[in-house]
Design a protein around this ligand. Sequence first.
Ligand SMILES: NC(=O)c1ccc[n+]([C@@H]2O[C@H](COP(=O)([O-])OP(=O)(O)OC[C@H]3O[C@@H](n4cnc5c(N)ncnc54)[C@H](OP(=O)(O)O)[C@@H]3O)[C@@H](O)[C@H]2O)c1
Length: 286
Amino acid sequence: MIVVTGATGTVGAEVVRGLRERGAAVRAVVRPGSKGRPEWGDAVERAEADFADAASLDAALAGAEAVYLLVAVHPDMAAHERNVIDAAARSGHRPRVVLHAAAGVDRRPEGVRFIGAHTAGLDHLRASGLPWTVLAPNGFHQNFLGMAQAVRSGTLAVPGGAGAVSYVDARDVAEAAVEVLVGEGHEGAVYTLTGPESLTHGELAERLAAVAGRPVAYTAVEPAQALAGMLAAGRQPWRAEGLTELYGYYAAGNAAEVGPDTARLTGHPPRSFAEFAAEHAEDFRA
Ligand SMILES: NC(=O)c1ccc[n+]([C@@H]2O[C@H](COP(=O)([O-])OP(=O)(O)OC[C@H]3O[C@@H](n4cnc5c(N)ncnc54)[C@H](OP(=O)(O)O)[C@@H]3O)[C@@H](O)[C@H]2O)c1
């Protein structure tokens, strides 16, 4: 039995789908009260659990041979990862834990909370004595769907400076995850998952413009201005500060590396940003 947490989300839903295609028995962990995904039907077992509730996690992980550990971005995300790891350790079956982290997790960058939370999770996992693997994806192509409205009005305004980022498609991340979950020989590996090329936000805007059929101008917003804008728009401070830190990390060129792990694990070249943008042309077109 392979247990998938975060199973209704962007990556988790694709992991569940991919595992079913490979014939694996899957238990999807959903929040209490969630119906899960309609496409699951009876083929996917559901277990209700909250990352903050240890007893619910014990029940959800009972009998697991492997766990895909994906938590949502949240002020308590480090504790949430610890809670799932502790429940896996208590289960007594020594399940393999595949930690869905973020690129840079093993570099331990200072002051980047979204990455730091995963570094803490990785340290806890190592100390648990459980067999583990880490998937460390770069930013997702899918993040740009959240900026589609601004793109439609002709702007991409983020505090990304002139740094290039090798954004990766969440579907490739999920395919890599499935391979690690059903395959063998991945213990102790930290796989950094990137797209096929490294692009500045100016170059990303050009690719969005190509599918939008109109100019899309990149504005490299100053970090303080970006933070103020997010707070004024009602974003939670913890999340707004985290995003500003992450873009600072990108702007400094720390997420530019293009690595071989995505293609090695999925067996095909990673999807490009241009392909992703073309698939979502309707979202980006005014
Ligand atoms: N976005 C990026 O660019 C990026 C890049 C690298 C790494 N990451 C990492 O990827 C992860 C996010 O992946 P994603 O985008 O696939 O997530 P997502 O779409 O936001 O989905 C989060 C999942 O977690 C579930 N969830 C939320 N709170 C929960 C709780 N308290 N108890 C149980 N389940 C809960 C959600 O359930 P509901 O559907 O009920 O809400 C959903 O299934 C984060 O760890 C992030 O650091 C993201």
